[in-house]
Design a protein around this ligand. Structure first.
Ligand code: ATP
Length: 847
């Protein structure tokens, strides 16, 4: 088998360029005024990892972490690339007016904040793409990137981080694109070494081939109207941020994707585009807007809204971008606000999942050239759209909308030495675990045609990705791995995740908002055509009917009827939209009666008449039922003035409308989400409840058994007590008899007689006999145990009494008889039943 190489198929993963594990720290000069206030740790002091570490506080949004230095975006025209000691080689972003004293940034909105711009004024098209943003070569190279990979499958690629340490993995590049453990590291010798196959296996430090292989086609898909998601998954320090964001020398997927967006626009002169960017991070299960000023995000974390696959985020700031320069500004701000910190493994570890989103809206350019479409009325004339103004479909041109999401997940974590990092790690691992579970369930559902519940709601990340993961997006996953021997477990887990996600089925579709004017125009054209066909048929009908059989005549008449009903249907659609326009602002006015077209043929008029009659019949029935309903309603006093009735009706109608709104609002905002939450909770708790019920049943059975044992014990005690009393009476009687026969028994109190053996009486004789037997037994060596003067257990011949007492508590009986408080030794010896144990402490209680 071929083996791994970064460049060729040589035996090992070789590093083409020296591996630099740490990215250079960001420079102070790249900070804006607002950034400085955000960070409590001066960058200059961040030279050692120790100083670099500090607690992250989500509340204060004080970025103790360093600003991530943005990767070098392609140079922007007019932007000097002068190198300074602190900002080497990075194009400087011109000072944005947002940061001035009167900056709109201060009131939470930038000039390009989508809520305050007129979308028609910020459209980008082939002519407005700044010439320096993309070269023609780049535009040409876009042409080759129009295949979107396997459309119904996730594109899964592995990126192996270069390493100087010995590698534990070998690949079979370039043919089969598979990876497996080097045999010497395979522990389970009985099992063949598992081999993982992927769409791409990438090595080395070059970000361009990685972008071309894993993201370019998805960027094209997004520009073409499909939702697209690219995300990096992998253990901490394996190169996710390097792949997504890159650095100055090696810009990553995000800056390259944005460059391609403009290249695509440049090579598509027939369309015009509106681009809106947002940047957010999920830190400790709270979503923060990376583009909003820190004060506003702390006060108002972003919420995920909507139900099912219809998900949106609010409040989330969206910035319109019209050039790479504005993209750079947005990215720089976002990168600066990301939370990173030093961990045991990565000097600048991303402590959150970050999502950079571009909403791409586009429509055909108008006939009158590049300016067409810009001359639309101002914002006030357009109806408001949720979340701010959007590109409108005008002049018959529908609007296509898609979202490109580029996601840098936080790294899966091992335990770390820092307490705060450990807390973050828990959140990170939990959400990655949920992502894993969601992917597994989706893959299982796809491969086995099942519809198992997918726990999207278990983490913010999966809830946010729900629409995409549910199949409504082209997805590309880059699993980054560390090939070192020390990371075999984590790498295996990443490879297993990547393998699972390959099985998820996708079904992304283009999203298009159709222009209503265009639709009406289409309807009118269709109606004209249908009318023409109908007229032809009617003209031919008298001649044809002589030649046609009865059956064919029927068919012909049915065809004409169908044509007619389609015409009616389309006409009613047009009428409906006209009616809506006509009655705007006056909801109480009834819609105008059907309009009569005097061009209609007699046949059509007949049909119209027929359907009008049918409608009248239906309406008559409706009137009857309404009258019945009216009769059953509570009446106003007969002398109530007419205006009172009107008022009451108006009030009732208003109440009904309000109630309808409340019900709708409840259903949309609470009903469905609550039901879903309840389902999730029920699912989770049903197992626990069943387990508890099982435990309870077991305990009840045990308690019943206990009661039964107790009853048995009670009965036995009563029986033994009776026997004891009879024996005592017998002994006492025997003693008195012996005394009567001339014995020397003293007269004792009845109780003493009962309890104490009378000297010289039967009890004494019995005790004597016992002593003799014990002496004899000890001579023979057969005494097992002597616990009291009254109890002797012989191995050879058990006494009669002992046999009788065997089932009872000998010691308690003995204590009672002799009046000596001996510990209940025998009890512990015989406590082989739970009942005995329970009753152990209560052995001397009266029964
Ligand atoms: N392919 C690569 N070539 C060269 N350097 C790399 C490569 N991959 C990662 N690195 C370097 O390794 C270090 C860690 O990478 P990075 O920060 O991208 O990891 P990560 O997976 O994002 O980690 P975390 O999850 O902790 O944020 C960085 O200094 C980065 O520059």
């Amino acid at each position: 088998m071929a083996s791994t190489s970064t460049t060729a198929n040589t035996g090992k993963l070789l590093k083409p360029t020296p591996f630099t594990p740490k990215r250079p720290l960001s420079s102070m000069s790249s900070r804006t005024a607002s950034d400085t206030s955000r960070s409590s740790t001066p960058v200059n002091s961040l030279t050692s990892a120790k100083k670099y570490k500090s607690t992250l506080s989500a509340e204060a949004r004080s970025r103790t972490t360093t600003k991530i230095k943005p990767p070098a975006l392609p140079s922007v025209p007019g932007t000097p690339t002068k190198k300074t000691s602190s900002d080497v080689g990075r194009p400087r972003t011109p000072k944005s007016p947002r940061h001035g004293p009167d900056s709109p940034f201060e009131d939470n909105r930038s000039e390009m904040d989508v809520s305050r711009v007129d979308p028609e004024e910020v459209l980008v098209d082939a002519e407005t793409v700044e010439p320096g943003d993309v070269s023609m070569e780049e535009v040409e190279s876009m042409l080759g990137a129009t295949s979107y990979g396997k459309e119904d499958k996730v594109l899964v690629s592995i990126r192996i981080r270069p390493s100087e340490a010995p590698t534990a993995w070998q690949t079979s590049l370039p043919h089969t694109k598979s990876i497996k453990l080097v045999p010497q590291h395979h522990k389970n010798s009985g099992v063949p070494i598992p081999e993982f196959h992927f769409d791409e296996i990438l090595t080395g430090s070059e970000n361009k081939p990685v972008y071309n292989a894993v993201a370019r086609s998805h960027v094209c898909a997004a520009m073409d109207g499909y939702n697209a998601v690219v995300f990096a998954y992998g253990q901490t320090a394996s190169g996710k941020t390097f792949t997504l964001s890159g650095d100055e020398d090696q810009p990553g997927i995000i800056p390259r994707a944005m460059k391609d967006v403009f290249a695509y626009i440049r090579r598509t002169p027939t369309r015009e585009y509106l681009l809106r960017c947002s940047y957010l991070e999920i830190y400790n299960e709270t979503i923060h807007d990376l583009l909003a000023p820190p004060s506003s995000t702390a006060a108002q974390p972003v919420q995920i809204q909507g139900t099912g696959a219809n998900v949106w985020l609010s409040p989330l700031r969206e910035e319109v971008v019209t050039s790479l320069k504005s993209v750079h500004e947005v990215l720089e701000r976002g990168w600066g606000n990301r939370r990173t910190a030093t961990t045991d493994w990565n000097e600048r570890s991303s402590r959150s999942h970050s999502v950079f989103r571009v909403v791409i809206e586009s429509r055909e350019r108008g006939d009158s050239g590049s300016t067409s479409g810009r001359q639309t009325p101002g914002l006030g004339a357009r109806p408001p759209t949720p979340g701010g103004p959007r590109l409108q479909s005008i002049g018959g041109r529908s609007v296509q909308t898609s979202v490109l999401s580029l996601i840098d997940l936080a790294g899966s974590e091992k335990a770390t030495s820092d307490k705060e990092r450990t807390r973050e790690g828990k959140y990170i691992n939990t959400s990655l675990l949920t992502l894993g579970t969601v992917i597994s369930t989706l893959a299982e559902n796809s491969s086995r045609n099942k519809t198992d519940h997918v726990p999207f709601r278990n983490s913010k990340l999966t809830r946010m990705l729900q629409p995409s993961l549910s199949g409504d997006a082209r997805i590309s996953v880059i699993a980054t791995i560390n090939p070192d021997v020390s990371a075999i477990a984590e790498t295996t887990s990443t490879l297993l995740f990547a393998q699972r996600i390959k099985k998820v089925q996708l079904n992304a579709k283009k999203k298009e908002v159709v222009d209503t004017d265009a639709l009406l125009e289409r309807y009118r054209q269709e109606i004209d055509e249908l009318k023409k066909r109908l007229a032809e048929k009617e003209a031919e009908a008298p001649v044809k009917s002589r030649r046609l059989s009865a059956r064919e005549q029927l068919d012909e008449s049915k065809a004409m009827k169908d044509l007619n009903s389609r015409i009616r249907q389309l006409t009613s659609l047009i009428l409906t939209s006209q009616t809506i326009d006509d009655t705007k602002g006056d909801e109480s006015r009834p819609s105008s009666p059907a309009k009569i077209d005097f061009d209609m043929s007699p046949y059509q008029l007949q049909q119209e008449l027929l359907s009008a009659r049918r409608e009248m019949d239906t309406q008559a029935t409706q009137i009857l039922s309404l009258e019945a309903a009216l009769l059953s309603r509570p009446e106003l006093p007969p002398d109530a003035p007419e205006s009172e009735k009107d008022k009451l009706i108006a009030e009732q109608a208003k109440t009904i409308r309000e109630l309808e709104i409340v019900v709708r609002g409840y259903e949309e905002n609470l009903g469905a989400p609550l039901r879903a939450v309840r389902e999730d909770v029920e699912k989770e708790w049903i197992v626990k409840v069943e387990h508890e019920a099982r435990l309870r049943a077991e305990k009840e059975a045990w308690a019943t058994e206990l009661v039964r044992e107790l009853e048995k014990e009670k009965k036995m005690r009563v029986q033994l007590e009776e026997e004891r009393r009879a024996l005592a009476a017998f002994v006492s009687k025997f003693d008195s008899l012996t005394a009567g026969l001339g014995g020397t028994a003293t007269v004792a109190a009845p109780s003493a007689r009962l309890l104490m053996p009378t000297p010289g009486g039967a009890a004494a004789a019995f005790a004597d006999r016992q002593r003799q037997r014990v002496a004899a037994a000890s001579r023979l060596g057969v005494v097992e145990e002597v616990e009291s003067p009254m109890v002797v257990r012989l191995k050879a011949e058990p006494s009669l009494l002992e046999e009788k007492w065997d089932g009872m508590d000998e010691e308690s009986f003995e204590i009672e008889r002799v009046g000596v408080a001996t510990p209940a030794k025998g009890l512990s010896k015989r406590s082989d039943s739970p009942v005995r144990e329970v009753l152990g402490g209560k052995e001397n209680l009266p029964v």
